[in-house]
Write a protein that binds this ligand. Structure first.
Ligand code: MRU
Length: 337
């Protein structure tokens, strides 16, 4: 494992020459289980099942899926189409596959595709470190912040997006206390973000998702910091379900709201959040907790796993290209022409 800084010790997506080794995020924190994918089908399944998750991480995994397909002589267009359909909302998946397809179309061999996937992974880590610095600079020393879902090393090549800003903010003495929402139903906050923060010695407290407004009301939290799965051309941002209500509560309480995502999450071809496909997952994720049914048999559930926060509720969008304050289409187009 690469250990690059005291507050950054986790690398969950690892290429091993002929296999992609993934830390199984379904099993954390109870068990740290690694498993290998050797075909693009294995990678597709891992993305679908959330063994690997988080917008940048699924893009990176898909790029390695294309490398596996090339190395094992799979039908590349078919493999790429299957990977692309694994999940609909995070545009990083489509972006990474488009980038790999461009190399395939230009006649790249398996070695060249391997170099491209490695570049995608390395660039993501570099973007995260840069965003960490940019985002942390917006936060006053000694602040309390809140985050949602998991946007850390597990969700990216390493370091994280919103969690990267938090890591950088803690290093710089700007962040004193982190509150993480548990992020029902899949509990990315409780199971994954708390795992990362505790392991890396970052002062963090878990809250129930429903405690967020009550927390903001006491005035100690000054920023809500979240990641993104897709940012539309007008700044509307799709992220984990529950993000939208946090943005509404933040505005009501005078708490600032920061979205942190690499440029690979920006989709200038999508005009607004209304045009973003929101993934609906199986109702069983809501009707059970850790595999144990908690709701009466026969009950139905509706399980959208992302929502859209309108740009007007966002105070800052941080990408590796820079910070956009009070995002709108004009500013988005000038940073992402
Ligand atoms: O369903 P998930 O766990 O893949 O959703 C992840 C999120 O919504 C993250 O906030 C987003 O992908 C940004 S990860 C850096």
């Amino acid at each position: 494992m690469n250990t690059t800084a005291s507050h950054d010790t986790i690398r969950a997506v690892q290429w091993h020459g002929d296999r992609l080794r993934l830390l199984d995020q379904r099993r954390l924190p109870a068990e740290e289980i690694w498993f290998d994918s050797t075909t693009s089908g294995d990678v597709t399944q891992a993305i679908r099942d959330l063994a690997v998750r988080g917008a940048p991480a699924i893009g990176i995994a898909a790029a390695w899926g294309v490398v596996l397909a090339a190395k094992t002589g799979e039908d590349l267009p078919a493999a790429m189409a299957t990977l692309r359909a694994a999940r609909p909302t995070a545009v990083n998946l489509m972006w990474a596959l488009d980038r790999m397809k461009a190399r395939v179309d230009s006649g790249a061999d398996a070695a060249a595709l391997e170099a491209e996937a490695q570049a995608i992974q390395d660039e993501d880590l570099a973007a995260n470190r840069h965003m960490g610095e940019l985002g942390a600079a917006l936060i006053a020393p000694g602040s309390h912040v809140m985050t949602h879902c998991n946007t850390g090393s597990l969700a990216t090549a390493g370091y994280g997006t919103a969690l990267g800003v938090i890591r950088a903010g803690v290093e710089a003495g700007r962040i004193e206390q982190v509150f993480a929402g548990e992020t029902r139903p899949w509990q990315q906050g409780a199971r994954l973000t708390m795992w990362e923060l505790v392991r890396d010695g970052i002062p963090a407290r878990l809250i129930a998702d429903s405690a967020a407004s009550h927390l903001m009301k006491d005035g100690k939290v000054t920023w809500v910091i979240v990641g993104a799965d897709r940012i539309a051309a007008n700044g509307d941002t799709a992220n984990k379900i529950g993000t939208y209500q946090l943005a509404i509560a933040a505005r009501h309480h005078g708490v600032k709201f920061m979205v942190v995502a690499p440029s690979t999450t920006v989709d200038m071809a999508t005009a607004s959040g209304d045009d973003i496909e929101i993934e609906l997952r199986d109702a069983t994720e809501l009707l059970s907790v850790s595999g144990t049914r908690t709701v009466i048999e026969g009950a139905e559930a509706w399980n959208p796993v992302f929502d859209v926060t309108p740009a007007e509720l966002i105070d800052a969008i941080v990408t590796e290209r820079g910070v956009i304050l009070k995002p709108d289409e004009v500013q988005m187009r000038s940073m992402f022409p």
